[in-house]
Design a protein around this ligand. Structure first.
Ligand SMILES: Cc1cc2nc3c(=O)[nH]c(=O)nc-3n(C[C@H](O)[C@H](O)[C@H](O)COP(=O)(O)OP(=O)(O)OC[C@H]3O[C@@H](n4cnc5c(N)ncnc54)[C@H](O)[C@@H]3O)c2cc1C
Length: 489
């Protein structure tokens, strides 16, 4: 098998890996990102609270606090450049008990230590004026004006599309199974062949220890801390304008209620230390725990408005903390580990920090001529006004064909999601890029049509279309019947 050559290989295409690849795509280098999953988007990066933190409650004096605090202000420009949904809704932290109220001055002090100076202490009436649905027993609160919300998957997709536009290559379904240094180069063994490179960035999240382990680095371990969530329907009767936060504990930021940029509400997460890095499931206990937690903040919140649940795995490092480190004995190798609970936010600052480290390590610094840091999103039919809709249909008649009725997603949007680079290769990839199947019926209606469009666009038999890569085929043996049933389309 021929050996692929690249100047830099980034292992992992989650929020951190893709931000690094985009940053590197500004240099005159060949950059290849590999991910074991069928699609870019990462693991933790696609299943989290979707908040762009200010860093007010990060551990002061740490690399994490520095990078999160630096990252937050970058999102106004970044979201405009990449055309992604981002809203500075602000957060209200709510103290309901006397003990929680006693924590508020400490939280204010911690924020000041972190260089976050725009928090404001709130009296109980002020909290209730900002958010009338909050528990009437509230004793006091804190307003955090710059806590913000984003679509984390579109953040990753947009960074990857922009990096690809600037020459970076993404190889998915490509698991790294070995790594060794040889004659001033590094050899990356993958399930799709070997890559020879001068620089490797380990952005493998939960598997960062395994990748470092291939090079004999054995001084830390990773394990998953599961966080489960409910997703509430847009029509949920209790609606809040801000992110509603509990008083955090040493272990977790607690169970919160947050709007999404798409008009839904997320409630959660749990914080459960588990062993299985592949475990993705929600539990009845987890869901009940979330309900108890958020009812303390908003007693009238209706869990019956849940349309689905999900879970994400925080990549927890022991010993803890963000680690971005190179090794004198391993020229060209940069390890990123412990980016646990704030990595969506910090990814953009991590990427810049990472590049400065790589330059110190000898990365050639030539800037790429013609680098273009902008990317346009797929025009969204649902959010368009009547004139824009008519214009979209005129230019592409597939905009007249609504496939997902709950989210009003058209065939034109799905086709673009597949044809872009790196494009959707499975049903979940389509869902995350354009929201087909993410609405109230959760794909009950469009679940038959999206695989057909994928099969047509990818030029593969319908039976080979998967939900999320190998082992998740959607159809076996009933293709003929389904074709006939869908013939009316
Ligand atoms: C419940 C929960 C809530 C959170 N809330 C927030 C929040 O509100 N705001 C915030 O900023 N952060 C939040 N986070 C944290 C954030 O999600 C993570 O810090 C961030 O996603 C880490 O990004 P990553 O790219 O390092 O990891 P990942 O997204 O996990 O990406 C790592 C990638 O490496 C790939 N990989 C692993 N092993 C290999 C291999 N051998 N070969 C090839 N590829 C490999 C994986 O497939 C994966 O795609 C939360 C996390 C969780 C779980």
């Amino acid at each position: 098998m021929a050996v692929l050559k690249a100047d830099v290989v980034v292992i992992g295409a989650g929020a951190v890996g893709t931000a690094v690849v985009r940053e590197l795509s500004g240099f005159d280098l060949s950059v290849v990102a590999v991910d074991r999953l069928n699609d870019i988007g990462g693991d933790a990066s696609k299943a989290n609270s979707a908040i762009i933190h200010t860093g007010f409650d990060a551990p002061p004096g740490t690399l994490e606090s520095r990078l999160v605090v630096q990252a937050n202000p970058l999102y106004d420009a970044l979201s405009a450049e990449l055309d992604i949904p981002f809203r500075r809704v602000g957060a209200v932290l709510v103290a309901v008990t006397e003990e929680e109220e006693a924590e508020l001055p400490k939280i204010m002090g911690k924020a000041r230590q972190n260089g976050v100076f725009d928090l404001k202490l709130l009296t109980a009436p002020e909290v209730l004026e900002m958010e009338p649905a909050v528990n009437p027993d509230v004793r006091a609160g804190i307003h955090v004006p710059r806590e913000s919300i984003i679509d984390p998957f579109l953040l990753v997709v947009a960074q990857a599309e922009n990096a690809a536009k600037n020459g970076a290559t993404f190889i998915t379904g490509c698991e790294v199974i070995g790594l060794r240094s040889a004659d001033k180069s590094l050899r990356v063994a993958t399930t799709r062949g070997e890559i020879e490179t001068r620089f490797v960035v380990n952005a493998a999240g939960l598997n960062a220890d395994r990748i470092s382990g291939y090079l004999g680095i054995d001084d830390f371990r990773m394990h998953p801390r599961r966080g489960q969530f409910h997703v509430l329907d847009r029509t949920a009767p209790v609606q809040v304008q801000h992110i509603i936060l509990p008083v955090p504990t040493k272990i977790t930021k607690g169970k919160l209620v947050t709007p999404t940029p798409h008009g839904n509400w997320l409630i959660g997460p749990t914080a459960e230390d588990i062993d299985d890095r592949m475990c993705h499931s929600t539990t009845r206990e987890g869901m009940e725990e979330i309900a108890r937690g958020v009812h303390k903040l908003i007693p009238s919140l209706d869990i019956g408005s849940t349309i689905t649940q999900y879970d994400g795995l925080r990549p927890v490092r022991t010993p803890g903390g963000y680690h971005i480190r190179s090794f004198e004995s391993l020229p060209g190798y940069l390890e990123l580990s412990g980016i646990r609970s704030t990595g969506v936010t910090s990814s953009v600052a991590v990427a810049r920090y990472c590049c400065s480290k790589l330059l110190e390590m000898g990365l050639p610094a030539g800037e790429k001529q013609g680098f273009d840091g902008t990317r346009r999103g797929i025009p969204c039919f649902r959010d368009a006004d009547a004139d824009t809709r008519a214009d979209l249909v005129r230019k592409d008649p597939l905009y007249a064909h609504v496939v997902c009725r709950c989210e009003t997603v058209t065939e034109a949007e799905i086709v673009q999601a597949i044809r872009r680079e790196p494009g959707a290769r499975d049903v979940d990839g389509v869902k995350r890029r354009v929201r087909a199947g993410l609405g109230r019926c959760q794909g009950g209606f469009c679940g038959a049509r999206v695989p057909q469009i994928l099969a047509r666009e990818l030029g593969i038999p319908l039976e080979e279309v998967t939900k999320k890569g190998s082992g998740s085929r959607i159809l076996t043996g009933r293709k003929k019947v389904l074709d006939e049933e869908c013939g009316a389309w």
